[in-house]
Design a protein around this ligand. Structure first.
Ligand SMILES: C[S@@+](CC[C@H](N)C(=O)[O-])C[C@H]1O[C@@H](n2cnc3c(N)ncnc32)[C@H](O)[C@@H]1O
Length: 725
């Protein structure tokens, strides 16, 4: 890419830099003309798109190596690793029935079936991978089909052990596709797309909507897994991969959680040995489970469905080498063409997706990159698919706009991941029963385009909340929304998780706008802090001054005048307290704060390394005091430190002190967010776990408060998203 950029003549670069959407066909055509006469460009496209050079194709030798590894693991009774090795072998083994390697594939399936054999081993493998729900089902199947009563009771023992094991830890989200029963819930709500004066199109309600109502669900127009999740999540539904993951039939890139997902993504049915067919005499639930595992039943295939991986699937390198957003653009482009049953012969650039974009505001560098990527993508698609794709100024311009649309409209598909300190506690052997649950994090697993979901605008005081099950987008209200009121999300991380200036920059960089609501609410917050300063004894506090200073640098005077007493700001010099004018040596204070942070980081390292010393704990407590005396009392970072201390005390078995710090964290978060915010819900998970471990009766009220919050944010999907609850 750099080589191409460097070779482009300056005059052409200038033309590209100055383009508006209207000029795009011309600039794209000129760049195409240049590249077609530049041999290294042809070389690059060959490397990316010619199957003979494919790096992502099938490879018999590699498959044999994985098979060997699998056999060794199997021999040493490491069934989980054996399963994984056989799956890796299947991923790279040539599956074409015409070639001589078909014996290899059959053997690999057989070997894997052996690693899974009698369901007992599959259960053990799933248990060692912490797939507890599957492990339970597997062992139950094994128990049902087992004839010997002796072995049956041995399996019963295993089931009991498993139940103790996962009773004290949170099971992972399972790979079952989202089974949705949502139409009843959606019936009462009507949304409409409206034009707003300063945010473009947006969504509004036509009726009054209570909090916690499901207002929208949608399947993606196109979706792609993030590179970091390729080995851990299904490339179709984005759920976690099970032990017996299904490889793609034609290339070595994707893994799927089931045949169903593989067929939906690639459109090809894998010949799958049915030799270990469904055992008889199973209960209905288990029978269905067995059918799903063996046959990948329930393929929700419909005639409208377009397999999104098929055009990428000849083992060519480009789907794994090009950035995710470009691969996503390829999927959206191909889907559009197939839906229209032909090529995009139109001069309307936004035709592919009717979504907003900010092409004109892009930097010259970004414009050039978009031009090059669009040409490369179209060349790859031309070679990889049998569709009627044109390579000319207009089609390239359409792809440039498509990628610009993806930049401001695609959503990060996330999964809620909760970790706990179970393993740490096990090692210390100090605690038993229910344990504190560590942070509930949102992990990005994919990038997707939702055509209607894209129409929800941003607010720093959002009234709706988005989440995902499988690939499906769900949106719920988090407060009462009056008829006609806009429904708005918070783009990026939750409000309050970032400092004001970071969020302002994020919204500007990614979405090309400044959030007016953010201005007013943040300035209100700053005003509140300054008022608080007035009422405090003569200490000087660092943070309010600096946040106000940042804002004054960033914002127009008119906005500031409306919210702040400018004369006081102008008189204030760095280092002087806004309240009493006393001087504080800021460098020394910053050094002290940094030192405190280092102590806290050491404690975090101790938590991760499962070794916490007394001195680490006492240093961290002293650091907390220092931060409290230097930063604002309701600083988000102090809440974080209280949280870390709660976890540390939980690890060393002092649950009373863990509870104290957890409550201190909640107290701060309640000031920063409203008391029904989902952030408080996550804290209540922790406090409930501690109270449960302490056998305290007030766990009931924490638990029901937590449930109320989660019901509002996640409705009936709460238990799928937080199975440990
Ligand atoms: C995902 S789209 C939302 C739909 C868009 N308004 C439309 O007309 O299609 C994101 C774009 O909407 C606009 N937008 C969203 N929230 C905004 C806000 N709070 N203030 C100003 N513009 C906003 C920005 O142009 C942003 O890049």
């Amino acid at each position: 890419m750099e080589k191409l950029k460097l070779a482009i003549p300056e005059a052409l670069k200038r033309t590209v830099a100055e383009t508006t959407p209207g000029d795009l066909p011309g600039s794209c055509s000129s760049l195409l003309d240049f590249l077609l006469h530049f041999p290294p460009f042809h070389q690059m496209v060959e490397d990316l798109a010619v199957s003979e050079r494919a790096l992502c194709g099938k490879n018999k030798d590699e498959a044999l190596q994985w098979k060997e590894r699998g056999n060794l693991c199997f021999a040493s009774k490491d069934y989980a690793s054996a399963l994984d090795s056989y799956s890796q072998a299947l991923r790279v083994a040539p599956m074409d029935a015409d070639n001589m390697e078909k014996n290899l594939v059959a053997t690999l399936y057989l070997n894997r079936a052996f690693a899974l054999y009698a369901w007992y081993r599959r259960g053990k493998a799933n248990a060692s991978l912490e797939n507890y729900k599957d492990a339970f089902n597997d062992l139950n199947v094994a128990k049902t089909v087992e004839l010997s009563s002796e072995v049956k009771s041995q399996i019963e023992g295993e089931l009991k052990t498993l139940s103790n094991q996962c009773g004290s830890t949170s099971p992972r989200l399972q790979h079952t596709a989202a089974k949705l029963n949502i139409s009843d819930e959606l019936d009462d709500t009507k949304l409409q797309c409206v034009n707003t004066p300063d945010k473009g199109r947006g969504m509004a309600s036509t009726n009054n909507i209570p909090p916690g109502s499901l207002v929208h669900t949608e399947e993606p127009f196109a979706v792609v897994i993030l590179k970091s999740c390729r080995g851990t999540h299904c490339h179709y539904c984005l759920n976690e991969l099970p032990a017996d993951k299904v490889p793609c039939t034609s290339c070595s890139i994707p893994f799927y959680c089931s045949l169903n997902c593989q067929i939906r993504a690639g459109g090809k049915l894998l010949s799958y040995p049915k030799s270990y067919g469904s055992p008889k005499y199973l209960s209905n639930g288990l029978e269905k489970y067995v059918a799903e595992i063996i046959l990948g039943s329930d393929p929700e295939t419909d005639s409208e469905h377009i397999p999104e991986h098929r055009h990428e699937c000849q083992g060519v390198s480009w789907p794994s080498v090009l950035p995710s957003e470009i691969v996503l653009a390829g999927r959206a482009f191909v889907k559009s063409i197939i839906q229209r049953r032909g090529s995009l012969e139109s001069s309307n650039l936004t035709e592919i997706l009717d979504l907003s974009h900010h092409y004109s505001q892009l930097s010259p560098e970004s414009k050039l990159e978009l031009h090059i990527y669009s040409i490369v993508l179209l060349c790859c698609l031309l070679r990889s698919s049998d569709l009627d794709i044109q390579l000319n100024g207009l089609s390239i311009a359409q792809v440039v706009i498509l990628i610009s649309q993806i930049r401001v409209n695609s959503m990060a598909v996330t999964r809620t991941k909760s970790s706990d300190v179970h393993s740490i506690v096990d090692k210390f052997g100090k605690l038993s029963g229910s344990m504190i649950t560590d942070n509930v994090e949102q992990v990005k697993v994919g990038q997707a385009i939702y055509k209607v979901g894209s129409l929800f605008n941003h607010s720093c005081q959002p009234n709706i909340h988005a989440y995902f099950l499988s690939r499906t987008l769900f949106i719920r209200t988090t407060e009462v929304v009056a008829a006609g009121c806009p429904l708005e999300l918070s783009y990026g991380p939750q409000v309050g998780q970032w400092d004001c200036k970071d969020r302002v920059k994020f919204l500007e960089d990614e979405y090309s706008f400044r959030c007016i609501v953010l201005d007013s609410s943040t300035l209100d917050c700053e005003k509140h802090k300054i008022e608080q300063l007035r009422s405090m004894p003569g200490t000087s506090i660092l943070e309010p001054y600096f946040q106000v200073e940042d804002i004054s640098n960033n914002y127009t005077n008119e906005v500031l005048d409306a919210y702040l007493d400018r004369s006081r700001l102008c008189n204030g010099n760095p280092g002087y307290c806004l309240k009493c004018g006393s001087y504080r040596d800021l460098e020394t204070s910053f050094a002290a704060v940094n030192k405190a942070w280092k102590c806290i980081s050491r404690l975090q390292d101790g938590i991760v390394a499962k070794e916490i010393s007394r001195s680490q704990l006492s240093d961290a407590l002293r650091s907390l005091d220092l931060l409290k005396s230097t930063l604002h009392a309701y600083n988000r970072r102090i809440a974080e430190v209280e949280d870390i201390l709660a976890l540390a005390f939980c690890v060393v078995g002092d649950l009373q002190r863990a509870k104290y710090h957890c409550l201190a964290s909640i107290e701060i978060l309640e000031k920063l967010y409203n008391s029904h915010h989902v952030v408080i819900g996550h804290e209540l998970v922790k406090i409930s776990s501690i109270q449960l471990s302490l056998n305290e009766s007030d766990v009931d009220s924490s638990f029901s408060r937590m449930k109320d919050i989660f019901k509002c944010y996640y409705g009936q999907e709460t238990y799928e998203i937080f199975p440990h609850i």
